[in-house]
Design a protein around this ligand. Structure first.
Ligand SMILES: Nc1ncnc2c1ncn2[C@@H]1O[C@H](COP(=O)(O)OP(=O)(O)OP(=O)(O)O)[C@@H](O)[C@H]1O
Ligand SMILES: [Mg+2]
Length: 330
Protein backbone atom coordinates (compact mmCIF):
# COMPACT_ATOMS: atom_id res chain seq x y z
CA UNK A 1 0.00 0.00 0.00
CA UNK A 2 1.21 3.50 -0.80
CA UNK A 3 1.18 6.04 1.99
CA UNK A 4 -1.90 8.22 1.68
CA UNK A 5 -0.25 11.27 0.30
CA UNK A 6 1.89 9.40 -2.26
CA UNK A 7 0.31 9.81 -5.69
CA UNK A 8 2.83 8.00 -7.82
CA UNK A 9 5.67 5.64 -7.06
CA UNK A 10 7.96 4.85 -9.99
CA UNK A 11 10.48 2.09 -9.44
CA UNK A 12 13.30 1.05 -11.75
CA UNK A 13 11.56 2.19 -14.92
CA UNK A 14 13.55 1.04 -17.94
CA UNK A 15 12.50 1.94 -21.49
CA UNK A 16 14.08 0.81 -24.75
CA UNK A 17 13.71 1.56 -28.45
CA UNK A 18 14.15 -0.84 -31.33
CA UNK A 19 16.43 0.93 -33.80
CA UNK A 20 18.36 -0.02 -36.92
CA UNK A 21 21.45 -0.27 -34.69
CA UNK A 22 19.71 -2.69 -32.33
CA UNK A 23 17.83 -2.03 -29.12
CA UNK A 24 18.87 1.03 -27.14
CA UNK A 25 17.99 1.85 -23.55
CA UNK A 26 16.74 5.45 -23.36
CA UNK A 27 15.65 5.28 -19.72
CA UNK A 28 17.62 3.13 -17.33
CA UNK A 29 16.09 2.18 -13.98
CA UNK A 30 14.71 5.51 -12.89
CA UNK A 31 12.86 5.70 -9.58
CA UNK A 32 11.01 8.49 -7.81
CA UNK A 33 7.92 9.15 -5.79
CA UNK A 34 5.48 12.00 -6.02
CA UNK A 35 3.25 13.26 -3.21
CA UNK A 36 -0.04 15.13 -3.30
CA UNK A 37 0.44 18.83 -4.04
CA UNK A 38 4.14 18.39 -4.69
CA UNK A 39 6.12 19.54 -7.74
CA UNK A 40 8.89 17.27 -8.92
CA UNK A 41 11.16 18.73 -11.58
CA UNK A 42 13.00 16.42 -13.95
CA UNK A 43 15.97 18.25 -15.37
CA UNK A 44 18.82 17.41 -17.73
CA UNK A 45 20.29 18.15 -21.14
CA UNK A 46 18.52 17.34 -24.37
CA UNK A 47 18.21 13.61 -25.02
CA UNK A 48 18.71 12.49 -21.41
CA UNK A 49 15.36 10.68 -21.29
CA UNK A 50 13.00 13.18 -19.66
CA UNK A 51 10.20 12.95 -22.22
CA UNK A 52 10.59 9.21 -22.72
CA UNK A 53 10.18 8.73 -18.96
CA UNK A 54 6.92 10.70 -19.01
CA UNK A 55 5.62 8.99 -22.15
CA UNK A 56 6.40 5.58 -20.62
CA UNK A 57 4.34 6.38 -17.53
CA UNK A 58 1.45 7.68 -19.64
CA UNK A 59 1.51 4.70 -22.03
CA UNK A 60 2.20 7.03 -24.95
CA UNK A 61 5.46 5.61 -26.32
CA UNK A 62 5.79 5.40 -30.12
CA UNK A 63 5.52 1.88 -31.56
CA UNK A 64 9.30 1.36 -31.57
CA UNK A 65 9.49 2.01 -27.82
CA UNK A 66 8.70 -0.40 -25.02
CA UNK A 67 8.95 -0.51 -21.25
CA UNK A 68 11.41 -3.27 -20.44
CA UNK A 69 10.92 -3.36 -16.69
CA UNK A 70 9.85 -1.40 -13.66
CA UNK A 71 6.61 -0.25 -12.13
CA UNK A 72 4.63 2.98 -11.80
CA UNK A 73 2.10 2.58 -9.02
CA UNK A 74 -0.83 4.97 -9.07
CA UNK A 75 -3.66 4.36 -6.60
CA UNK A 76 -2.48 0.78 -5.99
CA UNK A 77 -2.40 -0.07 -9.70
CA UNK A 78 0.61 -0.35 -11.95
CA UNK A 79 0.19 2.06 -14.88
CA UNK A 80 2.76 0.06 -16.84
CA UNK A 81 0.55 -3.03 -16.77
CA UNK A 82 -2.68 -1.29 -17.76
CA UNK A 83 -4.44 -1.87 -21.05
CA UNK A 84 -4.79 1.02 -23.50
CA UNK A 85 -8.47 1.27 -22.56
CA UNK A 86 -7.74 1.50 -18.85
CA UNK A 87 -5.09 4.16 -19.49
CA UNK A 88 -7.40 6.17 -21.73
CA UNK A 89 -9.86 6.38 -18.84
CA UNK A 90 -7.16 7.84 -16.60
CA UNK A 91 -5.57 10.18 -19.12
CA UNK A 92 -7.07 13.64 -19.12
CA UNK A 93 -9.07 12.66 -16.07
CA UNK A 94 -6.87 11.49 -13.17
CA UNK A 95 -3.55 12.09 -14.94
CA UNK A 96 -3.08 14.91 -17.45
CA UNK A 97 -0.23 16.00 -19.63
CA UNK A 98 0.78 19.27 -21.28
CA UNK A 99 3.44 19.50 -23.93
CA UNK A 100 5.88 22.09 -25.19
CA UNK A 101 3.98 23.19 -28.25
CA UNK A 102 0.42 24.07 -27.29
CA UNK A 103 -0.55 24.78 -30.89
CA UNK A 104 0.05 21.21 -31.98
CA UNK A 105 -1.90 19.73 -29.08
CA UNK A 106 -5.11 21.61 -29.84
CA UNK A 107 -7.46 20.52 -32.58
CA UNK A 108 -7.09 23.24 -35.26
CA UNK A 109 -10.62 22.91 -36.62
CA UNK A 110 -12.51 22.90 -33.34
CA UNK A 111 -13.49 25.97 -31.37
CA UNK A 112 -11.55 26.42 -28.13
CA UNK A 113 -14.68 26.39 -25.97
CA UNK A 114 -15.84 23.12 -27.52
CA UNK A 115 -12.44 21.51 -26.86
CA UNK A 116 -12.53 22.39 -23.18
CA UNK A 117 -16.21 21.54 -22.92
CA UNK A 118 -15.65 18.14 -24.54
CA UNK A 119 -13.31 17.10 -21.72
CA UNK A 120 -16.03 17.81 -19.15
CA UNK A 121 -18.68 16.08 -21.24
CA UNK A 122 -16.60 12.93 -21.65
CA UNK A 123 -15.18 12.60 -18.16
CA UNK A 124 -18.09 13.96 -16.12
CA UNK A 125 -20.77 12.55 -18.40
CA UNK A 126 -22.67 15.84 -18.57
CA UNK A 127 -24.64 17.61 -21.33
CA UNK A 128 -23.08 19.93 -23.89
CA UNK A 129 -24.76 22.91 -22.27
CA UNK A 130 -23.37 22.05 -18.82
CA UNK A 131 -19.97 21.35 -20.40
CA UNK A 132 -19.94 24.79 -22.04
CA UNK A 133 -20.77 26.44 -18.73
CA UNK A 134 -17.93 24.65 -16.99
CA UNK A 135 -15.58 25.44 -19.88
CA UNK A 136 -16.31 29.14 -19.53
CA UNK A 137 -15.63 28.95 -15.77
CA UNK A 138 -12.36 27.19 -16.49
CA UNK A 139 -11.27 29.81 -19.04
CA UNK A 140 -11.92 32.45 -16.40
CA UNK A 141 -9.86 30.50 -13.89
CA UNK A 142 -6.86 30.39 -16.21
CA UNK A 143 -7.28 34.14 -16.71
CA UNK A 144 -8.14 34.19 -20.39
CA UNK A 145 -9.15 37.78 -21.20
CA UNK A 146 -12.63 38.14 -22.65
CA UNK A 147 -13.40 34.45 -22.15
CA UNK A 148 -16.90 34.57 -23.68
CA UNK A 149 -15.58 35.50 -27.11
CA UNK A 150 -12.45 33.30 -26.76
CA UNK A 151 -14.77 30.29 -26.32
CA UNK A 152 -15.70 30.77 -29.99
CA UNK A 153 -12.12 31.24 -31.24
CA UNK A 154 -10.13 28.67 -33.21
CA UNK A 155 -6.63 27.78 -31.96
CA UNK A 156 -4.83 29.76 -34.71
CA UNK A 157 -6.51 32.90 -33.42
CA UNK A 158 -4.70 32.58 -30.07
CA UNK A 159 -1.19 33.66 -29.08
CA UNK A 160 1.22 30.97 -27.82
CA UNK A 161 0.73 32.02 -24.20
CA UNK A 162 -3.03 32.01 -24.59
CA UNK A 163 -2.98 28.58 -26.24
CA UNK A 164 -0.88 27.24 -23.35
CA UNK A 165 -3.44 28.65 -20.89
CA UNK A 166 -6.11 26.73 -22.79
CA UNK A 167 -3.97 23.59 -22.55
CA UNK A 168 -3.69 24.13 -18.79
CA UNK A 169 -7.46 24.60 -18.63
CA UNK A 170 -7.94 21.31 -20.49
CA UNK A 171 -5.32 19.50 -18.41
CA UNK A 172 -6.77 20.67 -15.10
CA UNK A 173 -10.44 20.49 -16.14
CA UNK A 174 -11.12 17.31 -14.21
CA UNK A 175 -8.99 18.12 -11.20
CA UNK A 176 -6.38 15.48 -11.98
CA UNK A 177 -4.30 13.88 -9.25
CA UNK A 178 -1.20 14.26 -11.40
CA UNK A 179 -0.20 16.75 -14.09
CA UNK A 180 2.81 15.95 -16.23
CA UNK A 181 4.08 19.11 -17.95
CA UNK A 182 6.81 18.51 -20.51
CA UNK A 183 8.66 21.80 -21.19
CA UNK A 184 5.35 23.70 -21.00
CA UNK A 185 6.96 27.12 -21.33
CA UNK A 186 9.98 26.49 -23.54
CA UNK A 187 8.26 27.81 -26.67
CA UNK A 188 7.11 31.01 -24.93
CA UNK A 189 8.96 34.23 -24.26
CA UNK A 190 10.29 34.92 -20.79
CA UNK A 191 7.48 37.11 -19.41
CA UNK A 192 4.77 34.80 -20.69
CA UNK A 193 6.80 31.86 -19.34
CA UNK A 194 6.70 33.18 -15.81
CA UNK A 195 2.98 34.01 -16.08
CA UNK A 196 2.25 30.44 -17.12
CA UNK A 197 4.40 29.01 -14.31
CA UNK A 198 2.63 31.26 -11.80
CA UNK A 199 -0.70 30.11 -13.12
CA UNK A 200 0.32 26.46 -12.70
CA UNK A 201 1.41 27.14 -9.11
CA UNK A 202 -1.82 28.98 -8.29
CA UNK A 203 -3.96 26.23 -9.77
CA UNK A 204 -1.93 23.66 -7.89
CA UNK A 205 -2.57 25.41 -4.58
CA UNK A 206 -6.30 25.20 -5.24
CA UNK A 207 -6.39 21.62 -6.47
CA UNK A 208 -3.44 19.96 -4.68
CA UNK A 209 -2.51 18.36 -8.00
CA UNK A 210 0.92 16.75 -7.94
CA UNK A 211 3.05 18.06 -10.82
CA UNK A 212 5.90 16.47 -12.71
CA UNK A 213 7.55 19.38 -14.48
CA UNK A 214 10.07 18.50 -17.16
CA UNK A 215 12.56 21.20 -18.06
CA UNK A 216 16.14 21.79 -19.09
CA UNK A 217 16.01 25.16 -17.36
CA UNK A 218 17.38 25.32 -13.82
CA UNK A 219 15.79 28.75 -13.38
CA UNK A 220 12.40 27.08 -13.78
CA UNK A 221 13.44 24.38 -11.31
CA UNK A 222 14.46 26.98 -8.72
CA UNK A 223 11.10 28.69 -9.10
CA UNK A 224 8.83 25.67 -9.13
CA UNK A 225 10.31 22.52 -7.62
CA UNK A 226 9.91 20.90 -4.25
CA UNK A 227 12.06 17.98 -5.33
CA UNK A 228 14.45 17.52 -8.23
CA UNK A 229 15.55 14.58 -10.30
CA UNK A 230 18.67 15.27 -12.36
CA UNK A 231 18.97 12.93 -15.35
CA UNK A 232 21.98 12.20 -17.50
CA UNK A 233 22.01 9.81 -20.42
CA UNK A 234 18.93 7.87 -19.31
CA UNK A 235 19.88 7.60 -15.65
CA UNK A 236 19.08 9.55 -12.52
CA UNK A 237 22.39 11.02 -11.38
CA UNK A 238 21.15 13.07 -8.43
CA UNK A 239 17.90 13.53 -6.58
CA UNK A 240 16.86 15.53 -3.56
CA UNK A 241 14.79 18.43 -2.33
CA UNK A 242 15.35 21.61 -4.29
CA UNK A 243 17.17 23.53 -1.55
CA UNK A 244 19.64 20.73 -0.91
CA UNK A 245 20.34 20.09 -4.58
CA UNK A 246 20.86 23.80 -5.28
CA UNK A 247 22.83 24.58 -2.13
CA UNK A 248 24.86 21.40 -1.89
CA UNK A 249 24.92 19.63 -5.25
CA UNK A 250 27.04 16.49 -5.15
CA UNK A 251 27.18 15.02 -8.62
CA UNK A 252 29.75 16.69 -10.89
CA UNK A 253 27.09 16.83 -13.62
CA UNK A 254 24.67 18.72 -11.36
CA UNK A 255 27.48 21.09 -10.41
CA UNK A 256 28.32 21.65 -14.07
CA UNK A 257 24.65 22.33 -14.87
CA UNK A 258 24.53 24.88 -12.04
CA UNK A 259 27.49 26.69 -13.55
CA UNK A 260 25.63 26.96 -16.81
CA UNK A 261 22.79 29.04 -15.30
CA UNK A 262 23.04 32.59 -16.58
CA UNK A 263 23.18 35.00 -13.65
CA UNK A 264 20.87 37.76 -14.75
CA UNK A 265 21.57 41.13 -13.23
CA UNK A 266 25.28 40.44 -12.82
CA UNK A 267 27.64 42.30 -15.10
CA UNK A 268 29.03 39.18 -16.62
CA UNK A 269 26.40 36.79 -17.78
CA UNK A 270 28.09 33.51 -17.06
CA UNK A 271 27.10 30.63 -19.22
CA UNK A 272 29.65 27.82 -19.16
CA UNK A 273 28.50 25.10 -21.48
CA UNK A 274 29.57 21.68 -20.24
CA UNK A 275 32.50 20.60 -22.42
CA UNK A 276 32.25 17.37 -24.37
CA UNK A 277 29.27 15.47 -25.66
CA UNK A 278 26.70 13.11 -24.21
CA UNK A 279 27.62 9.55 -25.25
CA UNK A 280 25.35 7.98 -27.82
CA UNK A 281 22.91 5.37 -26.50
CA UNK A 282 24.31 2.67 -28.80
CA UNK A 283 27.87 3.24 -27.56
CA UNK A 284 27.58 3.75 -23.84
CA UNK A 285 30.79 3.58 -21.80
CA UNK A 286 31.10 0.69 -19.40
CA UNK A 287 31.62 2.92 -16.37
CA UNK A 288 30.10 6.22 -15.34
CA UNK A 289 28.33 7.83 -18.29
CA UNK A 290 29.59 11.27 -17.31
CA UNK A 291 33.22 10.21 -16.80
CA UNK A 292 34.60 11.66 -20.03
CA UNK A 293 33.19 15.10 -19.29
CA UNK A 294 33.74 15.00 -15.54
CA UNK A 295 35.86 17.73 -13.98
CA UNK A 296 36.27 15.84 -10.73
CA UNK A 297 37.22 12.31 -11.69
CA UNK A 298 39.81 11.21 -9.25
CA UNK A 299 42.99 9.30 -10.07
CA UNK A 300 42.51 7.04 -7.08
CA UNK A 301 39.14 5.89 -8.18
CA UNK A 302 39.44 6.57 -11.87
CA UNK A 303 39.39 2.88 -12.70
CA UNK A 304 36.00 2.70 -11.01
CA UNK A 305 34.82 5.79 -12.86
CA UNK A 306 35.90 4.27 -16.18
CA UNK A 307 34.92 0.67 -15.61
CA UNK A 308 32.00 0.34 -13.27
CA UNK A 309 28.60 1.99 -13.43
CA UNK A 310 28.19 3.79 -10.12
CA UNK A 311 25.07 2.96 -8.12
CA UNK A 312 23.13 5.76 -6.45
CA UNK A 313 24.77 6.46 -3.10
CA UNK A 314 22.33 7.87 -0.58
CA UNK A 315 23.72 10.85 1.27
CA UNK A 316 20.68 10.70 3.51
CA UNK A 317 17.14 9.43 3.10
CA UNK A 318 16.18 12.31 0.80
CA UNK A 319 19.35 13.03 -1.16
CA UNK A 320 21.40 10.75 -3.37
CA UNK A 321 24.03 10.86 -6.11
CA UNK A 322 25.27 8.36 -8.69
CA UNK A 323 28.98 9.12 -8.28
CA UNK A 324 31.92 7.01 -7.11
CA UNK A 325 33.22 10.07 -5.25
CA UNK A 326 30.41 9.53 -2.77
CA UNK A 327 31.52 5.99 -2.02
CA UNK A 328 34.01 7.12 0.60
CA UNK A 329 31.28 9.08 2.36
CA UNK A 330 28.88 6.16 2.61
N1 LIG B 1 11.37 6.94 -31.37
C1 LIG B 1 12.63 6.84 -30.94
N2 LIG B 1 13.49 5.92 -31.46
C2 LIG B 1 14.76 5.81 -31.00
N3 LIG B 1 15.27 6.57 -30.02
C3 LIG B 1 14.48 7.49 -29.47
C4 LIG B 1 13.12 7.69 -29.88
N4 LIG B 1 12.58 8.68 -29.14
C5 LIG B 1 13.55 9.08 -28.30
N5 LIG B 1 14.67 8.38 -28.49
C6 LIG B 1 15.94 8.54 -27.78
O1 LIG B 1 15.71 8.46 -26.38
C7 LIG B 1 16.57 9.34 -25.72
C8 LIG B 1 15.78 10.18 -24.76
O2 LIG B 1 14.96 11.06 -25.47
P1 LIG B 1 13.99 12.09 -24.80
O3 LIG B 1 13.08 12.60 -25.85
O4 LIG B 1 13.37 11.48 -23.60
O5 LIG B 1 14.98 13.24 -24.33
P2 LIG B 1 14.65 14.55 -23.51
O6 LIG B 1 15.43 14.49 -22.25
O7 LIG B 1 13.19 14.72 -23.41
O8 LIG B 1 15.30 15.68 -24.44
P3 LIG B 1 14.78 17.14 -24.84
O9 LIG B 1 15.24 18.06 -23.73
O10 LIG B 1 15.47 17.43 -26.12
O11 LIG B 1 13.29 17.11 -24.98
C9 LIG B 1 17.32 10.15 -26.76
O12 LIG B 1 18.61 9.62 -26.94
C10 LIG B 1 16.51 9.93 -28.00
O13 LIG B 1 17.33 9.95 -29.14
MG1 LIG C 1 11.84 16.09 -24.19
Amino acid sequence: MLSQSTQLEVKNLTTCFRTSKGNVMAVDEISFSLKKGETLCIVGESGCGKSVSALSIMGLLPPSGYVKSGSAIFQNNDLLLMTTKELEKLRGNRISMIFQDPGSSLNPVMRVGDQVSEIFQIHLNISKQEGQKKALEMLKQVEIPDPESRMLAFPHELSGGMAQRIMIAIALACNPDILIADEPTTALDVTIQSQILNLMSEMQLKTQTAIILITHDLGVVAEMADNVLVMYCGQVVEYGDVKTVFNSPIHPYTKALMKSIPIIGKKTRRLDAIPGRVPSLDMLPSGCRFERRCAEKNDNIVSNCQNKIPPIFNVDSVHGSRCWLEKGNE
